[in-house]
Write a protein that binds this ligand. Sequence first.
Ligand SMILES: [Zn+2]
Ligand SMILES: [Zn+2]
Length: 586
Amino acid sequence: MKDKYAIAAALQEIGTLLELKGGEYFKARAYKLGARSIAEATEDLGKLIKENRLTFVKGIGHGLAKQIEELYTTGQSSLLNQLRAEMPPGIVELSNVRGLNAKKAEQLHEALGISSVDELREAAKAGKLREIKGFTAKTENRILAAIASTDNQPERRIHIHHALRAGERVIEYLQTSRALIQAELAGDLRRWQETVSQIVVVAGARHPKSIVDHFLRFPMTVRTEEQSRNRAVVSLSEGFKVTLIAVKPEEFPIALLKATGSDAHLGKLDQVAAKKKLKITEKGIVSEARPSGRATRPLLTRGLLTQPKDEAAIYKKLGMQYVPPELREDQGEVEVAQRAKLPEDLIKTEDIRGMVHCHTTYSDGKHSLAEMVRAAEAMGMQYVTITDHSPTAFYAGGVTPDRLKRQWAEIDEVQEKVKIKILRGTESDIVADGRLDYPDKILEQFDVIVASIHSRYKMDSAKMTRRIVTAMRQPVFKIWGHALGRLIQRRPPFDCDVEQILDVIAESQAAIEVNGDPYRLDMAPEWIREARKRKIKFVISVDAHSTGALNNLKYGVGTARRGWLRKAEVLNTLGTKAFQKAVKPA
Ligand SMILES: [Zn+2]
Ligand SMILES: [Zn+2]
């Protein structure tokens, strides 16, 4: 067995069976973690085994290494075989029904041959369970209720960055199948929604069923929820649901369009199609205009069916511009695309030249100034703004004027050793009365000021509006940081008159941040569009508290695209000199 995913799947099964057997909690856990390590391993397994280095992989001890070697060379695991023989068939699936343990599953199998939840439901409905010793009519009802409750569990929303990570792993796994031609993430995730209900993947292959079969062996799967020839839904060990839609290559573009949504956008596209006497079907775009011709011949040969080669061709056939996924929300994009007025220069990650809003160990960041700077440089940035917290944010190690001087000296030192331009910045608190932290004579010495609210969120709307308006009217240029203070799924945006504030910003020394921290993604797309109407400028920032968080950039860009933001409206697409000039406080 040379496929690392097949080996990971076997380890995952060992972990689950050990868990169900009971009494070996730590061993069970080690196998599950090991499954993940193997699935994510970047080095060739064969090489690791040959050089006796398996145990060098994080999470792989000697016991696991032995099973992995055995799986690799013989395709079998003695431990897995032994566990499978010990445990009743279908135990993994049955154990998801509340109240069923290995012992009861064993009884069910011995008495009635039950090895799946479906069989269990039928037997309970038919009143057969009460024939088994220890089971009664009451137990039957309890089991039916438990099955119903697992069927209707309320959906858990997944944060975008978790969904993206899991989704990318699924795609990487699908790519190990030779039958796969292409695979893409779809659904809410492709539209860069803040949270998604499930991960949706569309795959194209000559034999879609072989991709479904391959998908069902994904090692992180704990349960198959649904399956058919071209579709499957599974639950992953992290609790996420993944839907795979597998189609023939010529059906891929329409399948991707439909799986991406939104429903409202697709509804509008159907209307546009109907006006043109067209219909968007799974097989292709069908023309209903020419009912002539022999109805017995297939649509394709009668020229009535078009199979677009990609999504752009679908929009073209409908007589409109291509609409990028982030815009597909029925917010006027269909009408604008019909008039060919969608922006062609929507902001892209490659457009960004400077990493804005980075914290270091001077305040609550995890990495040093030099580490943050080098990481931004390694990502190809031309400049980086160091913006640690100001003194009022004492809980986040706000930088006092004394330590600020030390930071500036360190910036000079590090600057000698790197090519990327380091800009002196601050994330200055907007204090309760709307003034900025630090006296003016210090504020004026920064290269860039991000002004944010970190306290007193619960002011009434009038007070909060006054506070922010006062801040935006300060004579120095400032970027309004994580504007409305929302924390996704944890804290709603605070109360204020956003339109009034935007009016003030439009005539003040100010710009607005699109914060790429996946828990913030603030300002939100609907407000970005309001701000754009007033010709306000933006920066897309990372709010990074570690070098890894510099990767937040893509979430900021995704959110900005949802707000229809164009390259020319984003200040950190400018080169170093022009950016410095644009954001210079005074
Ligand atoms: Zn902040
Ligand atoms: Zn920050």
